[in-house]
Design a protein around this ligand. Structure first.
Ligand code: ADP
Ligand code: ZN
Ligand code: MG
Length: 481
């Protein structure tokens, strides 16, 4: 990015609600993995003579989310029809609520931004709507339609144009994911389409207040794609402006394989949706529904992630990143709290075990903390064995995954520890010294750095099971003789 222009980003995020049934009918909302067109009914299709019925749970989840982000919840709002034709929308209109939405304003606070500091993204509004079906293009030149997703409830959250960088956009989405999962309103898996993002971006000269012409980039299905697509789009616009060309206000798609955005349609053919209040659905008068009252929303609101995060930081001296990792997964959080309440506050073995090896293996292997065979007591035991010098870091590293998946137990680990301390370190050390005459000479000449090399040799000879501290001490005592 040059110093001449600065980007301005605004996001429109669709969050799929994890209700039991769809937005306006009794069809299961777990339609994703089913046979195409098997989880549908006449209401999904908008057949003549059918009537939609508003899903109370979907409205409740929307309001709970609205309250959690500090939005102003409306007392009266209504559903409307957004009319357009597309093969994935048999009704010919989508039911939405953007004109008179359930909530206005609010913000997503991000605890740790690019520079480590906090930042906040102001929201324009959020509304509740139904999803359309899915088109599958390609097979033999045919297109297929799967209407299972028709009628799935979505929150659309629209931010103000206030995000300053692609990385901030990504961090905001991650924070949003943690929040909606924590509230239990959405599974929020971007790869599975539970959370979808359209990113709007424009450039303006530094110091200029007026916003530039924006481009909307559609269908970004991962955090990484959001960041990459925005970076690409910013460079593309910058190049045009440098050449003195105008930015065309348009919708572009992201081609992840090629790493470029491609024009899809521009403003000229933007449609007139003829929004109208839906005559089949009564307006929502919030104050006459007990579940939607401020008192009930307050009662149902869990402690928010950022509050938990600050508490963990101060209780256990965790970094912001560590605390946020706990907040993102309740099972991990319970494990961390279980361990750290029973060891001393500054126990680095425990922290590096939890936030280093354990987290790394879970992520690399795609494991779930809820499936782990290790309890907090087991982890405390491992920490104790390590701190007492009975097992080495290396031994933990090589056995942790087996412990996590239940292939071996702590008793096995202890046995491994006994074997490794029984390794004849003296013999190995002597052998290494005999084979590394040059390094020994260097050491004696004052180049003490070669000690690291010698330790490495000895560890390799012991196949990684010797205790490196003991190896180090023995080598040193020989060399310093
Ligand atoms: P539209 O009428 O095209 O839908 P909106 O004003 O409703 O545009 O805004 C849609 C999204 O685009 C919002 O997230 C908003 O923050 C963002 N946005 C609007 N104008 C700009 C701009 N000039 N640059 C970047 N983002 C913008
Ligand atoms: Zn249905
Ligand atoms: Mg708009």
């Amino acid at each position: 990015m040059s110093i001449k222009y600065e980007p301005v980003i605004g996001l429109e995020v669709h969050i799929q609600l994890n209700t039991k049934t769809k937005m306006f009918c009794g069809c299961s909302n777990l339609a994703n993995d089913n046979e195409p067109n098997s989880v549908v009914c006449p209401v999904c299709f908008g057949m003549p003579g059918t009537l939609p019925v508003t899903n109370k749970q979907a409205v409740f989840k929307t309001l709970l989310f609205a309250r959690a982000v500090g939005a102003k919840i409306s007392d009266n709002w209504n559903f409307e029809r957004k009319n357009y034709f597309y093969p994935d929308l048999p009704k010919g209109y989508q039911i939405t609520s953007s004109t008179n939405p359930p909530a206005l304003g609010g913000e997503i606070r991000v605890a740790a931004g690019q520079d480590g500091g906090q930042f906040s993204v102001a929201l324009h509004h959020l509304h509740l709507e139904e999803d359309a079906g899915k088109l599958l293009h390609g097979k033999g030149g045919y297109s297929f339609v799967d209407l299972n997703r028709c009628g799935t409830p979505l929150i659309e959250m629209v931010t103000e144009p206030v995000i300053k960088t692609p990385t901030e956009a990504k961090l905001m989405l991650k924070e949003l994911q943690i929040l909606v999962r924590h509230l239990g309103v959405s599974d929020a898996d971007m790869e599975k389409g539970h959370m979808r993002c359209d990113a709007n971006v424009s450039l303006r000269s530094v110091g200029e207040m007026k916003l530039g012409k924006k481009v909307e980039v559609k269908n970004l299905n991962s955090f990484r794609m959001v960041e990459r697509a925005l970076n690409h789009e910013i460079s593309r616009q910058e190049l045009l402006l440098e050449k003195g060309e105008e930015i065309v206000q348009e919708t572009r798609g992201w081609d992840d394989a090629k790493g470029v955005t491609l024009s899809q349609r521009n403003k000229e053919d933007s449609q007139d949706y003829r929004y109208m209040p839906d005559p089949d659905l009564p307006p929502i008068c919030r104050l006459i529904v007990e579940e939607f009252s401020d008192e009930n929303l307050k009662k149902q609101m869990p402690e928010l992630p950022q509050v938990i995060s600050s508490r963990l930081q101060s209780d256990f001296s965790l970094t912001v990143t560590q605390a946020n990792q706990c907040v993102g997964d309740i099972n991990f959080q319970e494990l961390v709290v279980g361990v750290l309440t029973k060891v001393t506050k500054d126990n680095e073995t425990a922290k590096s075990l939890l936030f280093g090896d354990l987290l790394r293996i879970v992520n690399e292997k795609g494991l779930l903390f809820s499936d782990l065979k290790l309890t907090s007591d087991d982890l405390i035991e491992i920490v104790k064995l390590k701190d007492d010098g009975k097992i080495t870091q290396q031994l933990i590293k090589t056995n942790l995954e087996s412990l996590m998946t239940g292939k071996i137990t702590i008793i096995d680990l202890k046995k491994h520890g006994e074997i490794s301390t029984a390794v004849d370190i003296d013999a190995i050390v002597k052998e290494v010294l005999l084979q590394s005459i040059k390094a020994v000479e260097q050491y004696k000449a004052g180049d003490v750095k070669v000690l690291g090399f010698l330790v490495g040799q000895a560890m390799a000879k012991s196949k990684g099971v010797a205790n490196p501290q003991i190896v180090n001490e023995k080598l040193k005592s020989h060399l310093d003789q």
